[in-house]
Design a protein around this ligand. Structure first.
Ligand code: PEP
Length: 258
C-alpha cells in the first residue's frame, strides 16, 4: 500500500507572531507541486493567520496541542473547540508536553479521542527517554504508549491517526542545537514495531494505511537517511522547520524518494 510522505513542521515557541507570518508567507511562495503532504504547526495565536496564508496551497495547519477536556475552568489552556475552525490536525503527546505539562499516556489517549470526535486528525508522538533507551526499555515504552492510544478507539478512527516516533534524547533543545541521532536502522525497527502494534490492535489493513513518521533534530542533510528506510513515511521537524529555505529543502529531499 502506497502512503504519501508527510512532513510536519513544528514551530514550537520559536517565532514571534511577525516572524511566523513572514516564514509562512515566504515558505508557501517557494513551494511547487510537491509530492509530499505538508503540515505546519504554529503557536495558537497564529492559527487563524496560518489558515489564511495556507488557503489555496497544499499546506495544512496543525495545533501544537489541545486540552483533554472539551471546556472548563483551565486558565491558559486551549480547547479543541477553540482550534477546530482553523486546523485539520493536532499534535498530541509531544515529549515537551509530557515533560513540562505532565501529559501521561492516559491524557494523550484522551486528547487523541477528543480530537477524533471533533473531526481533527491527531499526530501522536511517542518515544523513550535517554535513560529508558540506555536500559533497553524502548520496546516496552513504545508498546505502552501506542497501545494506550489505540485501546479505546473505534477501528474506523485508526486511519485518521499519524504516529511520530521521537526518541526524547534525539530532540533538539533549540535551533542549531542538534541532539544525538539514532541509527536510521534503529528508527526503522521501532517504526516497524509501531506498525506491528497497530496490526495487533486492528489488523494488517490498518497497519498499512497509517503513516508513521520519525522526529529528532532532522535537517535537510539528515532527512534522507531516515525517510529512505522502509516504513518511515516522513518526518516531524522542529528547529530546522523554522527556516523557510531549509523546510523546502527537507521537502525536496523527501520528494526525491517518491
Ligand atoms: C520536535 O519538535 O518534535 C522535534 C523533533 O524537534 P527538533 O527537530 O528540533 O529536534
Amino acid at each position: 500500500m502506497e502512503r504519501k510522505p508527510l512532513i510536519v513542521a513544528n514551530w514550537k515557541m520559536y517565532l514571534s507572531a511577525k516572524e511566523s507570518i513572514l516564514v509562512a508567507q515566504s515558505f508557501v511562495k517557494m513551494l511547487r507541486d510537491e509530492p509530499v503532504d505538508i503540515i505546519i504547526s504554529p503557536s495558537y495565536p497564529l492559527l487563524s493567520a496560518m489558515k489564511e496564508i495556507c488557503e489555496g496551497t497544499s499546506v495544512e495547519v496543525a495545533a501544537q496541542d489541545i486540552h483533554f477536556l472539551e471546556s472548563g475552568a483551565y486558565t491558559g489552556d486551549v480547547s479543541v473547540g477553540e482550534v477546530k475552525d482553523f486546523v485539520r490536525h493536532v499534535i498530541v503527546g509531544h515529549s515537551e508536553r509530557r515533560k513540562y505539562h505532565g501529559d501521561t499516556d492516559e491524557i494523550v489517549a484522551l486528547k487523541t479521542k477528543l480530537a477524533l470526535k471533533n473531526g481533527i486528525h491527531p499526530i501522536v508522538c511517542v518515544g523513550e527517554s535517554f535513560e529508558e533507551h540506555e536500559s533497553g526499555a524502548t520496546i516496552e515504552i513504545i508498546r505502552e504508549q501506542v497501545n494506550r492510544v489505540l485501546v479505546d478507539l473505534s477501528l474506523l478512527d485508526f486511519p485518521r491517526i499519524t504516529f511520530a516516533y521521537e526518541p526524547v534524547w534525539a530532540i533538539s533543545a533549540g535551533p542549531g542545537l542538534e541532539a544525538k541521532q539514532p541509527e536510521a536502522q534503529e528508527v526503522a525497527e521501532i517504526i516497524n514495531l509501531i506498525r506491528k502494534i497497530i496490526s495487533g490492535a486492528g489488523g494488517n489493513k490498518y497497519m498499512d494505511k497509517m503513516r508513521v513518521l520519525y522526529g529528532g533534530s532532522v535537517t535537510a542533510k539528515t532527512v534522507k537517511t531516515f525517510v529512505s528506510e522502509p516504513g518511515v513515511d516522513g518526518a516531524l521537524v522542529g528547529g530546522a522547520s523554522t527556516k523557510p529555505a531549509e523546510l523546502v529543502a527537507i521537502i525536496r529531499e523527501v520528494a526525491l524518494l517518491v
